[in-house]
Design a protein around this ligand. Structure first.
Ligand SMILES: Nc1nc2c(ncn2[C@@H]2O[C@H](COP(=O)(O)OP(=O)(O)OP(=O)(O)O)[C@@H](O)[C@H]2O)c(=O)[nH]1
Ligand SMILES: [Mg+2]
Length: 257
């Protein structure tokens, strides 16, 4: 079994929540491992064979840890599971990335370096889409981004939905433990808005996104009706939260903090 490399991070880890990702997950995890140590995967009640396949990889690699949840609890809940354990191990920051190969593993070091230089901030990937990316996805996010801008009084969120990010763990845990939302697909946009409310500043970096056709191993769990309803409900409750925080947000804006 290979020993930890000397550059194993004690503060920053890569966390990959994973639900029935198909075979792309193996190259995704390998790509993340080639850039960072440690990498943790939370298998969220997957019913494909990926739990066993990932555990076999982890048995050969001390830098990879695989946690398997018995039932599907949702992306946000899987992230919370991972960061609770990470916090207990002394980690302070987490880079979250998708398990389906869409996110740019080669940018992990740059994102981690930016986070280390500004540890109080969150580092947000801003998606750079290829010309063949589905228009519905590219344009659909403008609605969520518009709401997130309003809800934070234009705090500078580059993209509300993109999940390739580095979060400081302590405020993210506080925000998540403070309420019962953000457990599913609503995790990424609600996290970024609530973190802004908590005073965590966004730093935006461009990040390329890849879309794979099904025959290339592309898998999506985005359900247009279900997830747009979830996002509409999420922005409704965030808007209410925004209304009573408006004096605070205005005060911060006036002070320039
Ligand atoms: N833990 C967990 N992760 C999930 C769940 N659903 C999706 N994910 C993960 O969240 C990431 C994004 O899911 P996708 O279904 O690709 O959603 P998306 O990337 O926003 O949508 P597309 O633009 O269609 O790819 C992937 O890494 C999934 O494995 C879930 O129920 N639990
Ligand atoms: Mg995806």
């Amino acid at each position: 079994m290979p020993a930890f490399s000397p550059d194993t991070s004690r503060s920053h880890l890569v966390l990959i929540p994973s639900y029935n990702p198909g075979p792309k997950v193996y190259e995704t995890v390998r790509a993340a491992r080639s850039q960072w140590t440690p990498v943790w995967v939370v298998v969220d009640g997957s019913t494909d064979s990926s739990a066993a396949g990932l555990q076999a990889m982890a048995a050969q690699d001390d830098g990879l840890r695989v946690m398997v949840l018995p039932h599907n609890v949702g992306k946000g809940a899987a992230v919370l599971h991972g960061i609770n354990i990470a916090a207990a191990r002394g980690f302070t920051h987490v880079l979250t990335m998708d398990s389906d190969g869409q996110h740019p593993a080669p940018l992990i070091p740059e994102f981690m370096k930016t986070s280390a230089a500004q540890p109080a901030a969150m580092v947000l990937g801003v998606p750079v889409f290829a010309a063949d990316a589905p228009r519905l996805r590219v344009n659909g996010r403008k609605v969520s981004n518009g709401w997130a801008d309003l809800e934070t009084l234009w705090a500078g969120i580059g993209d509300s939905l993109f999940g390739f990010r580095v979060y400081p763990i302590a405020p993210l845990r506080r925000v998540m433990q403070g309420q019962r939302w953000m457990r599913r697909f609503d995790f990424d946009p609600e996290a970024v808005v609530r973190m802004c409310w908590a005073g965590v500043k966004p730093v935006n970096l461009p990040a390329t996104v890849q879309y794979f056709r099904p025959e290339e191993g592309g898998v999506s769990h985005f359900n247009y009706l279900r997830d747009n309803l979830l996002l509409s409900w999420m922005h409704s409750r965030l808007f209410l939260g925004f209304v009573w925080r408006l004096p605070l947000l205005l005060w911060r804006r006036i002070r320039g903090s």
